[in-house]
Design a protein around this ligand. Structure first.
Ligand code: ATP
Length: 132
């Protein structure tokens, strides 16, 4: 049986390097699944939960967007940042969430709203993934 090799890398480190049974990935146009022998593809990713299955067990990884490339049973995910569920610092994500909420509530012209919204989305997604 063919296997799929999943590599999730950030500029700092390799977060996942494993043979997996399947991956469900947050594409910008919606979630998509990848099984062994998938056709070659390249997709932009959004902030979300990347799920992969090993020995019938699902693992969850936060990713902050990026790109996924599938080719020849290797799926490479390049993300700005990524953390396995167990490595997410929930206190840090909670502080980031509160900081972003305050910035958005301030309605101050100097606040970069797009940046604050993106920070809020990352924090909420991290909290959801960490809490299962
Ligand atoms: P913060 O404001 O707390 O830095 P952020 O969303 O701006 O949050 P990122 O720019 O996505 O942070 O990530 C910067 C680095 O910090 C990355 O290496 C990322 O993996 C790590 N990181 C950020 N938040 C957390 C968290 N809650 N738990 C674990 N690692 C985190």
């Amino acid at each position: 049986m063919s296997v799929l090799q999943l590599e999730v890398v950030t500029p700092d480190t390799t977060v996942v390097s494993a043979e997996v049974e399947m991956v469900v990935c947050p594409g910008v146009q919606g979630e998509f699944g990848v099984l062994p022998n998938h056709v070659s593809m390249l997709s932009a990713l959004k902030i979300g939960d990347l799920r992969y299955r090993v020995n019938g067990k699902d693992e969850h990884v936060f990713i902050s967007g990026g790109f996924a490339d599938v080719n020849n049973n290797v799926m490479s995910v390049l993300a700005e940042s990524a953390e396995k569920a167990a490595d997410i610092d929930t206190a840090r994500a909670q502080s980031a969430k509160e900081r972003a909420e305050k910035r958005l509530a301030a309605k101050d012209d100097k606040v970069d709203t797009v940046r604050a919204e993106s920070s809020l989305q990352r924090a909420i997604m991290r909290l959801n993934i960490a809490r299962g």
